[in-house]
Write a protein that binds this ligand. Structure first.
Ligand code: PEP
Ligand code: MG
Length: 318
């Protein structure tokens, strides 16, 4: 039944009770962005810029970066496109980022921490993104940009300052547990949050996301992970100064149709998934109400294990 619904779903994303859902695409290059733009995605929730440059020995030039970013922004001229700054390191080594061999790369210099080796790399990327935004103009004149692997308020504030001075709209990924636990302290500095469930799960469960032996641990249905997502969504909805800050999910968790319903029930404001997963998620969402999603979230949070949570929500969704 679910598969048949996915085959005919064409968007836009909404729940059975009419609630609109911001269902976005994860992309990694211009082709992917344009493919997403031709489909039912409402925008791009995660543009993994490092993947566009994995094969490069040298840092891409300003002109090359502007051309790529303008193409991706231009795929959705009127809606949200979230570009992530280079997430070099660990499973995504970038030859030009100056990284060295490390014993524990997942706990080493990666994401925003590349600043420790070379602040210029991020500044040049932000310059190029700002230029691309000016080039595309309209809704893209102040592009949304987020930093990966932020762990401290200092990092968030410094990143946001560097974005705002260039006319960019700053956000951070929530993928290090320190951010989720103390999320209220980060909110005053940023305009949006995006939960990266792949790394958040890896770090909460102390289990390498690349290890097939640990798949049962690196499972975003883990109740501890779901609790942290609820903490983030609750805090973002009641941000300081009466603001309500968008808090989406861009990890693989959002591409699991059952878990996507749970995430909305937990209060996340957008889901960003691989373009190929959009119909499955969109069709699942069309079959449930917000009240049902909230019930699924309660069921999942009330479970002791990832398997119990998944089984119970599946049974409830039918
Ligand atoms: C994540 O960690 O969930 C995420 C979206 O980023 P990546 O998978 O690129 O590390
Ligand atoms: Mg990540």
């Amino acid at each position: 039944r679910h598969r048949a619904a996915a085959a005919t779903w064409t968007g836009p994303a909404a729940l059975a009770d009419g609630h609109a859902v911001s269902l976005l695409a994860n992309v990694q290059d211009g082709d992917g962005a344009e493919a997403a733009g031709a489909g039912p995605a409402a925008g791009i929730g995660l543009f993994r810029t490092e993947l566009a440059f994995l094969d490069r020995a040298d840092e891409p030039t300003h002109a090359e970066q502007v051309a790529l970013y303008a193409r991706v922004l231009g795929a959705f001229p009127d809606s949200r496109v979230v570009t992530r700054t280079l997430d070099a390191g660990s499973d995504k080594p970038l030859a030009f980022a100056g990284m060295t061999e490390e014993d524990n790369p997942a706990l080493g210099v990666r994401g925003i921490r590349v600043d420790l080796l070379d602040r210029g790399l991020l500044d040049r990327q932000l310059d190029a993104l700002a230029a691309a935004g000016r080039q595309v103009g309209g809704a893209q004149s102040s592009p949304w940009v987020m930093a990966p692997m932020v762990a401290t308020v200092d990092e968030a504030r410094d990143f946001a300052d560097r974005c705002r001075s260039r006319g960019l709209t700053p956000g951070i990924m929530v993928e290090v547990p320190s951010v989720a636990v103390a999320v209220d302290r980060f909110l005053p500095h940023v305009d949006f949050l995006s939960v990266g469930t792949n790394d958040l799960t890896q770090y909460v469960m102390a289990a390498d996301r690349m290890s097939p032996d640990l798949a049962a641990l690196t499972d975003p249905w883990q109740p501890a992970v779901l609790r942290l997502i609820r903490t983030v969504a609750d805090a973002a909805r009641r941000a300081p100064d009466g603001r309500s800050i968008p808090a989406g999910v861009c990890g693989e968790a959002a591409a699991d149709p059952d878990l996507a319903c749970v995430l909305l029930g937990l209060g996340v404001t957008s889901l960003s998934v691989a373009t190929a997963a959009l119909p499955h998620v969109g069709a699942a969402l069309a079959g449930v109400t917000l009240e049902q999603c909230r019930e699924f979230a309660r069921i999942a949070l009330d479970s002791d294990t990832a398997r119990d949570a998944r089984d119970a929500v599946r049974a409830a969704r039918g």
